[in-house]
Write a protein that binds this ligand. Structure first.
Ligand SMILES: Nc1ncnc2c1ncn2[C@@H]1O[C@H](COP(=O)(O)OP(=O)(O)OP(=O)(O)O)[C@@H](O)[C@H]1O
Length: 317
């Protein structure tokens, strides 16, 4: 196990002229991350993902809880933990005026590496950055900057890398490219803990994940397990009277959910259930304007656990 955390908590108190405001950002989080896996923390904006990562990366101290990170006690041996991890923040931390090479060499020196020049050259090559390594940071594209940020986090070859929302703001091509690079990290033996509010990212990239909402874990497992737990298929119907349609279709479904004029029907086998559903609606004289059959997604898991979709919860799914 590369991370084992129990009961992590963090409350922020801010004081302003309007008074004191308290936010319980993380409310008792347990995490177990295996060596060599890509582990995801999926949740909407403000769910507590960054706070959780920052606690595990020794950047802020938990109010309660214990953790062992890369073999060291988080609270008693923070300096030792720090030598074992790379941390790439949401903002990325790439400077505008200095070159990627200079920034990475500086990071190598901070980590007291024997040959900073060589270490920088190696990691630049690994991330296909050699060609643009000597240009000022501001001249790099969004995708290139993100690669430099990850290279900065990896220059000392840590066994564990934290990536806070690594692909936010990237176009689809750069996202796919970064996903491949994160997978390559796993292949080279690096354990990765990443946060994301993208369902497809968690689904495509993570070996296991937790879904967090309001500072708590609401579900945990492999993407496949989580989706199976919710149900096999989702039939989404646009009907005249969704509440009455839900009552009509209940006998055929594991679960039904009404979301404004949409009715979601969770079933084991959509293809074979669909004809019976259509007959039942027709018998009840319920008008139907559209129908879709999909495999359940992680958003259905989120919906089942929290009563909201990730989209409703404020994330760009
Ligand atoms: N330093 C701070 N002071 C006060 N409140 C904070 C601080 N840091 C985070 N919070 C609050 O704690 C809650 C959790 O924030 P956090 O950044 O961990 O969420 P997140 O899941 O990473 O969200 P996002 O996806 O938007 O980054 C939010 O309500 C946030 O406003």
């Amino acid at each position: 196990m590369i991370i084992e955390a129990h009961g992590l908590r963090k409350t922020f108190t801010t004081r302003s002229r309007k008074g004191t405001q308290t936010v319980e950002a993380v409310r008792g989080v347990d995490l177990e991350v295996e060596k060599g896996e890509i582990f995801g923390v999926l949740g909407p904006n403000g769910a507590g993902k960054t706070t959780t990562i920052r606690m595990l990366a020794t950047l802020i101290t938990p109010d309660a809880g214990t953790a062992t990170v890369a073999g060291h006690d988080l609270l008693k041996e923070p300096a030792a933990v720090r030598t074992k991890l790379g941390y790439v923040s949401q903002a990325g931390g790439v400077e505008d005026t200095t070159s990627a090479r200079a920034q990475i060499m500086m990071a190598a020196k901070i980590h007291a590496m024997a040959d900073p020049k060589r270490a920088a050259a190696e990691v630049l090559e690994r991330f296909d950055l050699t060609e643009m390594a000597d240009r000022p940071g501001r001249t790099l594209s969004g995708g290139q900057k993100r690669r430099v940020a990850i290279a900065l986090g990896l220059v000392h070859n840590p066994p564990l890398l934290f990536l806070d929302e690594p692909t936010t703001g990237l176009d689809p091509q750069n996202r796919a490219n970064l996903w491949d690079r994160i997978r390559q990290l796993r292949e080279s033996g690096t354990s990765v803990l990443l946060s994301t509010h993208y369902l497809d990212e968690a689904d495509a990239l993570c070996d296991r994940l937790v879904i967090v909402d309001h500072g708590q874990i609401v579900a945990e497992g492999t993407p496949g397990d989580l989706k199976r737990e919710v149900s096999g298929d989702v039939i989404t119907l646009r009907v005249d009277d969704p509440e009455r349609a839900a009552d009509t279709l209940k006998p055929y479904a594991r679960e039904t959910r009404v979301d404004e004029d949409l009715l979601r029907v969770y079933v084991d086998d959509g293809e074979h259930t669909l004809p019976a559903l259509l007959r039942a609606l027709e018998e009840q004289g319920l008008g139907l304007s559209s129908i879709a059959l999909d495999r359940s997604t992680l958003d259905d898991v989120f919906l089942a656990k929290t009563g909201r979709t990730l989209r409703d919860a404020g994330a760009a799914a």
